[in-house]
Design a protein around this ligand. Structure first.
Ligand code: GLN
Length: 477
């Protein structure tokens, strides 16, 4: 119906569309498609009435007045879908876990407040891997989200629902969270744009924690400008999250952009030929646009996945301790305190969550803490330094987003390691706190050029707070 926020607002100014029209368009699509795709866990029943109320606010305004008004309400009437781990006061939020089945949020997350202040309308909450652990939404307690581009394939994860609502035209924009790739990987599998912002640039207040030193909220859209716009609104210091800071985006034209390619990391077994080709083609495309492309070497990159899967379960095991059946959500009542705790966690948490709790508890235990957690922490810092140094020579580091296209539902679920391997290119940005964007790849004919006709993504990573550079280069692609 509309291709981006800008077009929607231009139509609003010209009075050629109403907010109700747009919301109805998405609600209609949800009605027709969601049962099959399973991207939304819940559609909010107040979206339409809010749309009508917002239309009323514009009713007596002239086009010029609307134009002025929209400068102060940058997302006025824009439908937004939220991942099921982001809180809206008074609404259910469950992180797609049985343990939070009846949980109702008692406060607004900061991102929700900021979006609402700008006039956004929340359409519903989207399916995800339980507590954001996974890469296919197959770990959701409420079934997998199918890839709208081919229903036999996964939409990716953990923010699979937030990506699928965009590619299936069930929302204009959406938010997800990214701990190790959960925004970029599903964006790549769905052929859309999405940003994992710099750690601490977006408040985590009201986001259910997975791994606190990795987590960040970010936007999905079909249009790059929308991703940029939404990021601009949700970013910034928040007194309720002490890890936040301000990011200035300055879009000044640089005379010479340099892109670094960690060739030895990309051109290896385990990365599909189609993916390698997408990188070669993109390199050519960038060169034609006058971008300098250079090979770089960061030997520690190969260890990213190993470092990630030590540190993340450690943080997960600590964060998950709050789901004890006493504080939040469901409780299995056995009339015995300890037994309640065992039954609640035993019955209501899924296998991947338990796997990480066990792994993390082991990693943090007295005898192994130094051997695993401490060592991984040191390597994380070394990796950050190495990348920081390289980013003095190049503006961004380019890799594929994933080693292959999406995979068939059920294909990897019994092989945990193969699923973890799909994160090989994305986890680094979270380890080092830097921003990264996934841009859909198309060949020169504008096609996917993959055997299964599913999309691929190109990932760009820049230094801390350099989202503006990412947007500039992404635009060239
Ligand atoms: N797939 C990765 C994992 O399972 C990333 C998850 C995420 O970013 N939330 O840890």
């Amino acid at each position: 119906m509309v291709k981006n926020i800008n077009e929607f607002h231009t139509l609003l100014i010209d009075k050629k569309i109403t907010i109700t029209d747009l919301v109805n368009h998405y609600l209609e699509n949800i009605k027709n498609k969601n049962t099959e795709i399973n991207a939304y866990r819940e559609v909010f029943d107040d979206a339409l009435s809010i749309a009508k109320e917002y239309d009323k606010q514009l009713e007596n305004k002239t086009s010029d007045e609307i134009k002025e008004f929209l400068k102060t309400k940058k997302l006025f009437g824009v439908p937004v879908a939220l991942k099921d781990n982001i809180l809206i006061k008074g609404k259910r939020a469950g992180a797609s876990s049985k343990v939070l089945e009846n949980y109702i949020a008692s406060y607004d997350s900061t991102v929700v407040k900021k979006l609402r202040d700008q006039g956004a309308i929340f359409l519903g909450r989207t399916n995800m891997d339980e507590f954001a652990m996974g890469g296919s939404t197959e770990n959701s307690a409420y079934g997998v989200t199918k890839n709208p581009l081919n229903l036999e394939y996964v939409a990716g994860g953990s923010s699979g629902g937030s990506a699928a609502v965009i590619s299936s035209d069930m929302s204009l924009v959406s938010l997800g969270s990214d701990t190790g790739g959960s925004i970029r990987q599903p964006a790549s599998y769905n052929g859309i744009y999405a940003l994992k912002p710099t750690y601490g640039s977006v408040s985590r207040h009201g986001l259910m924690a997975m791994a606190s030193s990795f987590d960040v909220i970010g936007p999905f859209a079909k249009d790059m400008d929308d991703v940029c716009k939404v990021f601009d609104i949700i970013k910034g210091v928040d007194e309720l999250d002490s890890t936040t800071h301000d990011v200035n985006m300055i879009f000044s034209a640089k005379d010479k952009l340099r892109v670094g390619i960690p060739r030895e990391f990309i051109f290896t077994d385990g990365v599909s030929d189609e993916v390698k080709k997408s990188i070669e083609n993109t390199i050519e495309r960038l060169k034609q646009k006058g971008v300098e492309v250079v090979d770089i070497s960061i030997p520690l990159l190969k260890e990213s996945l190993a470092i990630y899967y030590i540190l993340v379960p450690a943080e997960v095991s600590s964060n998950m301790s709050r789901y004890d059946g006493i504080r939040y959500g469901k409780n299995i009542d056995t009339k015995n305190g300890i037994e309640d705790y065992l039954q609640t966690r035993g019955q209501l948490l899924g296998p991947e969550v338990k796997r990480r709790i066990i792994l993390g508890t082991y990693i943090l235990s007295a005898g192994y803490h130094d051997a695993y957690y401490k060592k991984a922490g040191i390597l994380r810092e070394n990796l950050r330094q190495d990348i920081k140094n390289k980013l003095k020579d190049v503006d961004v580091i380019m890799t594929p987003t994933t080693p292959d296209t999406s995979f068939k539902i059920g294909e990897k679920i019994t092989n945990t390691l193969s699923l973890y391997l799909a994160d090989i290119f994305t986890v680094t940005a979270n380890l080092v706190g830097m921003p990264a964007i996934s841009v859909p790849y198309k060949d020169d004919k504008g096609e996917n050029s993959t055997a299964n006709d599913l999309p691929l993504g190109i990932q760009l990573m820049a230094d801390t707070d350099k989202e503006d550079t990412l947007f500039s280069i992404a635009k060239m692609l």
